[in-house]
Ligand binder design. Structure first.
Ligand code: UDX
Length: 435
C-alpha cells in the first residue's frame, strides 16, 4: 500500500520505517530539512535502538523516502499524521497547531479514496473537528492512537499490544477501518487485539492510558514519602503489593518520577481539556499526581544536600544520567537534569554524564558541566547521584567506583542498586523511599 507519514519525529520516523518494513511504499514528510537529510541517510537525529538499521534496510529496498515536499504524499492512499502536540507556553493545554497545519497541507492532495489517520496525542474532539476540515475532499478521517515507548519504539510499533481505530459511523468508517486492516495485516495476523471505537473514545484511550501510568508512578512515589516518614522500604512494598495481579509490579518503580515528552504534558493537557468540557473535577486528582512527581525532584536534592552535611557549596557532584529514561537521548522534562540544575543553583559544581544524551542536554542547559566518559565523570566527586538507570550505571562496581571518588556518598534516585553492596565497602548509600 502507498502510505505517507506527515511529521518525522520520534513517532513518525519510527512509524514510517516500520510501515516500510512491513512491505508498504512509504514517503515520510517533514518541514525540517535537516531531519529529512538525516533520515534519508539512515542516521536519525535522535537515539532509538534498532531504528537506524530499519531505515537503511527499507531505503535499500526502495520502499522508503523522506522529503520536505508534501505534494509527494499525493500518491498515497493512507496518510498518517504523526506531528507533535507540545504543551503551550504558559498554560497546560496542548498546542495542536502542527496537527492542524499537517492536515491543511495534505488537504489539496486528498481524494475520495484517501484515508487520513491521526496518530498524534490530541485533546478529545480534535478528530471530529479535522474530519470537517477535510470533508469537502471526500477523504475519510480516522484516529489511531500510538502507544510506543521511547527506547522500545521499533518493537512497540511492529508488535503493539493493541490497535485502536476511532472511526465515524457508517460505510465510510467501515471502509477506512478495512483499509487500515490492510496496512496492519501483519500485526493482525499475529492476533493483535483491535478495537473499533468512535473518535472521542479513541482519543481518550491514549490520554487515559498515560494518565493511569502517571498515576501508578505517583502512587508508589507517594508511598515512598510515607516510607521516608516511617522508616519502611518502598522497593519491598512495591514488590509485595505488585504480587497481587490486580495491581501488578510494572510501573511501580519508586524514585525520581516521570518526565519526557509525553506523560507530564499529556496529563496537563488532559486537565485543560477536561476543564473546557466542564468535567474538570473528574481529573482534578491529576494535579496531585503532577505535584507528587515534582516533589520527588526537590526531595532528591534535599537528600543529596543532607548526605553532604548540609551544603553543596564548593562540592563536586557527579550526576549519572541526563536522559529522562534509559535507552533514550530525550531530555525533555528530564528529572535528572532538573535535579542537576537545582544543585547547580545551590552552589554545587555539577558534572553530568550520559551514554547518549549529552549533546541534547548541553544544548538545553549549557550552564552545567558535561563529561562523556563515566570514569572521568566520577573522578574527584564528593557525591554521586544515579538519576537515570542506564544499564552501565546499574552495573557499577562499588569498590572500583570508590577508587575514583573523593567522597563515598551515593544517592540512588532510581532504587536500582543493592544498598548492602555499596555500604559494605564504605559508601554512604541513600535513596528515595528506603531507609
Ligand atoms: C509513555 C507511555 O509509556 C507510552 O505508552 C506513550 O505512548 C508515551 O508516553 P515514554 O514517555 O516513552 O512512554 O516513557 P515511559 O517508559 O512510559 O516512562 C515515562 C517516565 O516514567 C520515565 O521518566 C520513567 O523513568 C518513569 N517511570 C517509569 C518511573 O519513574 N517509574 C516506573 O515504574 C516507570
Amino acid at each position: 500500500m502507498k502510505i505517507s507519514v506527515i511529521g518525522c519525529g520520534y513517532l513518525g520516523a519510527v512509524h514510517a520505517a516500520a510501515m516500510a518494513s512491513l512491505g508498504h511504499e512509504v514517503v515520510g514528510v517533514d518541514v525540517d530539512e535537516g531531519k529529512v537529510e538525516a533520515l534519508s541517510s539512515g542516521r536519525p537525529s535522535f537515539f532509538e535502538p534498532g531504528l537506524g538499521e530499519l531505515l537503511v534496510r527499507a531505503q535499500d529496498k526502495g520502499r522508503l523516502e523522506f522529503t520536505t515536499d508534501v505534494s509527494r504524499a499525493a500518491e498515497a492512499v493512507v496518510h498518517f499524521v504523526c506531528v507533535g502536540t507540545p504543551q503551550k507556553p504558559g498554560e497546560f493545554a496542548a498546542d495542536v497547531t502542527y496537527v492542524d497545519a499537517a492536515v491543511e497541507s495534505l488537504r489539496p492532495h486528498l481524494t475520495r479514496t484517501s484515508v487520513v489517520v491521526g496518530k498524534s496525542t490530541v485533546p478529545v474532539g480534535t478528530a471530529d473537528r479535522l474530519a470537517k476540515v477535510i470533508a469537502e475532499t471526500g477523504a475519510t478521517m480516522m484516529w489511531n492512537p500510538e502507544f510506543l515507548r521511547e527506547g522500545h519504539a521499533v518493537d512497540d510499533t511492529l508488535h503493539p499490544n493493541r490497535l485502536v481505530y476511532g472511526v465515524t459511523d457508517g460505510d465510510a468508517g467501515h471502509r477506512a477501518a478495512a483499509t487500515l486492516d490492510e496496512v496492519y495485516a501483519t500485526m493482525l495476523a499475529e492476533d493483535t487485539p483491535r478495537m473499533i471505537t468512535d473518535f472521542a473514545t479513541a482519543e481518550l484511550v491514549k490520554t487515559a492510558a498515560n494518565s493511569f501510568l502517571a498515576t501508578k508512578i505517583s502512587f508508589i512515589n507517594a508511598m515512598a514519602e510515607l516510607c521516608e516518614a516511617s522508616g519502611a522500604d518502598v522497593t519491598q512494598l512495591a514488590d509485595a503489593i505488585g504480587m497481587d495481579d490486580r495491581i501488578g509490579r510494572k510501573f511501580l518503580n519508586a524514585g525520581l518520577g516521570f518526565g519526557g515528552g509525553c506523560l507530564p504534558k499529556d496529563i496537563r493537557a488532559f486537565m485543560a481539556r477536561a476543564g473546557e468540557l466542564g468535567a474538570d473535577q473528574a481529573v482534578a486528582f491529576l494535579k496531585e499526581i503532577d505535584s507528587i512527581n515534582m516533589r520527588r525532584r526537590v526531595r532528591m536534592v534535599d537528600i543529596a544536600r543532607d548526605a553532604l552535611g548540609g551544603s553543596f557549596i564548593g562540592k563536586k557532584i557527579t550526576v549519572l544520567g541526563a536522559a529522562f529514561k534509559p535507552d533514550s537521548d530525550d531530555v525533555r522534562d528530564s528529572p535528572a537534569l532538573a535535579v542537576a540544575r537545582l544543585i547547580a543553583t545551590q552552589g554545587g559544581i555539577v558534572t553530568v554524564t550520559d551514554p547518549q544524551a549529552i549533546d541534547n542536554a548541553q544544548r538545553a542547559f549549557p550552564e552545567l558541566g558535561y563529561v562523556t566518559d563515566t570514569s572521568e565523570a566520577l573522578t574527584g566527586a564528593d557525591a554521586v547521584l544515579l538519576l537515570t538507570e542506564w544499564k552501565e550505571y546499574r552495573e557499577l562496581d562499588p569498590a572500583a567506583t570508590a577508587e575514583l571518588v573523593v567522597g563515598k556518598v551515593l544517592v540512588d534516585g532510581r532504587n536500582v542498586l543493592t544498598p548492602e553492596l555499596w555500604r559494605g565497602v564504605g559508601w554512604t548509600y541513600r535513596a528515595l523511599g528506603r531507609p
